[in-house]
Design a protein around this ligand. Sequence first.
Ligand code: DGJ
Length: 534
Amino acid sequence: MKTVIICVAMLFVQLSTFAQSNNNPLPRIINKNGRHQLLVGGKPFLILGGQAHNSSAWPGMMPNVWAAIKQMHANTLEVPVYWEQIEAQQGKFDFSIVDTLLAQARVRQVRLVLLWFATWKNGSNHYMPQWMKLEAGKYPNIQNRDGKPIDSPSPHIEATLNADINAFTKLMGYLKKADPQHTVIMVQVENEPGSWDTVRDYSPLAQKLFDGQVPPELLKPELLKAMNVNAVTNGTWQKVFGDRADEYFQAWSIARFIGKVAAAGKAVYPLPLYVNAALRDPLTNPKASSYESGGPTDNVIPIWKIAAPAIDLLAPDIYLSGSEKVLKVLDLYDRPDNTLFVPEAGFNKENAKYIYDVIARGGIGFSPFGIDRNAEDPESAESKDRYVPYATSYALIKTMMLELAQWGFEGKIKAVVEHEDQADQTVDLGQWKATVTFGTGRGGTTKNTPPNGKAMIVKLSENSFVLIGTNCHIAFAPAGNQEGKAWQYLKVEEGKYQNGIFKPLRILNGDETDWKGPNFGDLPTVLQCTVITR
Ligand code: DGJ
């Protein structure tokens, strides 16, 4: 009898665990036909994010951060976890701040992306606990070509690696236990790893490794082809990679280290993991001495993919300006083998437009950096002004997030963002083309300052489209085998998505559609339109 009761009890526990994991599966990224989607609670999710300042994850600072998240209508907060805080004493872990973040996020129904500030933070060791900083011999930094010390940790040291693995697995283990709700949807491993002021470590230990053979993983023909070097079966770093050898060695060494930390954490709790990059100029293939070397810059993505397979994606931190550069960066990180996610972007009004491009590419989210304005009042006029383009975009996207995430995943969206020249842009939609004119007033006569126009055009069927935009007009014309035919709008409706259904508010006609097509003002609006030839 006793055995039967125990068996029934075990079955009940098993069934309820199954039910729980089935109802609330772990966040994960899926890939299909070279496109990607983040699933949270089993449903498509777009990270409409904001990142707190570096020193804002302390309970006393959080009210300002939450106020900013609210102002922005963000659904996700990116916030650091500091190694120096959780393991202030070696081997003793304090997750009270993580608890605070979890509880506060849940009350607000906001998700978290945690940033593991550990061995690397912007290339330095500044978030290592004091007990490590005080043992520089055991946890050394790197050296430049002249043997001078560089403010950047060595990726070649077992003691550092083991300490990081230990702390990171404790963090992931804690989340597994403390977060059955999956408030935390993703974790960033380290922060902008790499080295400034030297392309690689030139310490005797590193030099010995550099003079050795390139590991076989990097000699695969596909990798060598991707790196634009001749196929070989063996050789030293210098021989195989020539004048890029120093940088590739640094990238491999750092990526291997972080790959091991990520793999250990993932084995405990398999959340999606990513690494963010301090970018290099995306247009000119500059020398590694001009940017942070060894992080996942666009030119070493193939090395990172091989060295750190437990990392789900490599993500660009966008502080470059100008649409040509920004769009090129989005292109470089949107790859069949890499999910596009922008975890940091300069918190200015202009950058909000790129959210549209990220969504259209099937990217999983976007987040400006420093949303809490470092103790400035988020209610002040200056702060409010900066929040507006994010707040209005996020608020609208939230009403139709599932649809947008799904359309992006299926490749049904074309996005257009205004360039500095403010010129019209034409989008190919198969049997139709759409020309986007930027500006407001009749036909866009009043130019946008700054150039902040943006549009998404979703192709629902051959003749029907969802249009979302701000500060532009969208005009259709027959294309393909119906080029040159007469045409007209059959119906243009303005409305809102509610629970997956478009609810029209009014039919647009006359002045609202006659001047270079339906027009969009400062506030993003959603239109559904059908066009016909005649
Ligand atoms: C990029 C880093 O990843 C952030 O943590 C922060 O330092 C910003 N730069 C700018 O301040």
